[in-house]
Design a protein around this ligand. Structure first.
Ligand SMILES: [Fe+2]
Length: 398
């Protein structure tokens, strides 16, 4: 995200001597460039008190079950995430719901403050964690982010961080194998969010201050998620000193939050297609949100969607608030996911079409992930599947 930010102390010129003024010997800080696409895209420079590469051990970290089961026979699926029991840790207790080679969706209900996670970083890609409920903070090497319900917490690849819930929190974790950013069509050629974008830089909240750990801790564990071949695996590093030792940083690469209340839906005289509701994109997938909004104002408008075959994508809707008018009677409720795969036409319950005529406002909130390659089911998804969902449209005709 090309939006410059500076936090804490940084030297006047990059790559020059920068010394600790509190140290009589004037010890040098250790400069680290954290950058995307080699040295050719967004980056930040961080100034550490300790050496950021000083590990003293590397061991296997056994991840929860990452196995994926193909959607075969091909069916639309309904998964009830509120029925999914998980451990309390925001990272290590995530259960895989859906996934493919580009993106994985997991879900966890954390505990309270006692469940603060170990230090963690995802070396596979960016994470976009939607906070369905709860609040707390995410401590990172860039500083602290506060989170609350409705936030997307966007954490760049390889950012060392940990979740500290203030209360139990339902987290919907979208883990990419790539970077996650606002759609290119909303950005100027230099990266500013344009006037037609449904949000702007004021809505993105990065860390406001650095977080220095002065505990003097040594031998600090950091869990690293990474890839071996096509497999998602983990390694447990031990660092000689605490990674939260950054006195300052600047640049355009850092974690941030964005709340869906700050998304201004684009509406129209007739039904607007899902791309107007897009908020982020990664490689081979997009993230959209359907939010409370005025609906179509043509006198003959049909407010609910038409049936659609997204021939190139699998569509995942996560229903997070309000009533989802189009799917009344299908079993879909709050906390549900629907997976509508490419190769199957989907749309409203038949009776919802007439019922929607004349509606002026939809009170619904859903987060959608569209993938451009088929999604498999994770073990968590299979555990809470409603087996009758695939027949819900036919049953509505009985
Ligand atoms: Fe759809």
């Amino acid at each position: 995200m090309a939006y410059y930010r500076q936090v804490g102390e940084v030297p006047q010129k990059r790559h020059t001597q920068f010394r600790d003024a509190r140290d009589p010997g004037g010890r040098l800080y250790y400069e680290e460039l954290m950058g995307e696409e080699g040295f050719s895209s967004d980056s930040s420079l961080l100034y550490h008190r300790g050496v950021p590469s000083a590990i003293s051990s590397a061991e296997l970290w056994e991840l929860p079950d990452q196995a994926r089961t193909p959607n075969h026979p091909l069916k639309p699926r309904h998964l009830r995430l509120h029925d999914l029991t998980t451990g309390a840790d925001a990272v290590t207790d995530r259960r895989l719901v859906l996934g493919n080679a580009d993106v994985r969706i997991s879900y966890v209900t954390t505990g309270g403050p006692e469940s603060a996670t170990p230090l963690y970083r995802n070396a596979i890609g960016d994470e976009c964690v939607y906070v369905e409920s709860g609040s707390g903070t995410v401590e990172t090497v860039f500083g602290v982010l506060a989170y609350r319900a409705g936030d997307y917490v966007v954490i760049p690849r390889a950012t060392t961080h940990r979740w500290v819930p203030a209360e139990p929190s339902r987290l919907y974790a979208i883990e990419a194998n790539s970077h996650i950013a606002p759609p290119k069509r909303y950005l100027s050629r230099y990266g500013q969010l344009l006037e037609h974008a449904p949000f702007c830089e004021r809505d993105l909240h990065g860390p406001g201050a650095v977080q220095l750990d002065d505990s003097g801790d040594t031998d600090v564990e950091v869990l690293v998620k990474h890839r071996v071949g096509g497999q998602v695996v983990g390694t447990r590093y031990t660092y000689a000193t605490h990674p939260f030792d950054v006195v300052g940083w600047d640049g355009c690469l850092y974690p941030y939050t964005f709340n869906i209340d700050d998304y201004m839906p684009i509406t129209g005289k007739i039904h607007q297609p899902p791309p107007v509701h897009q908020v982020f994109e990664g490689h081979n997938f997009v993230i959209c949100n359907f939010l409370p909004r005025k609906v179509d104002y043509h006198p003959l408008a049909v407010p609910v969607p038409y049936y659609h075959s997204n021939v190139d994508s699998d569509e995942v809707m996560f229903y997070v608030a309000g009533d989802y008018e189009a799917r009344k009677g299908s079993g879909i409720g709050l906390g549900s996911i629907s997976l509508h795969p490419g190769g199957h036409a989907h749309g409203p319950q038949p009776q919802a079409i007439e019922a929607s005529l004349g509606a002026e406002y939809f009170e619904e909130s859903a987060v959608m992930v569209d993938t451009f390659a088929p999604l498999d089911l994770g073990e968590g998804g299979r555990a809470v599947e409603d087996p009758e969902y695939a027949w819900s449209w036919a049953r509505a005709l009985d």
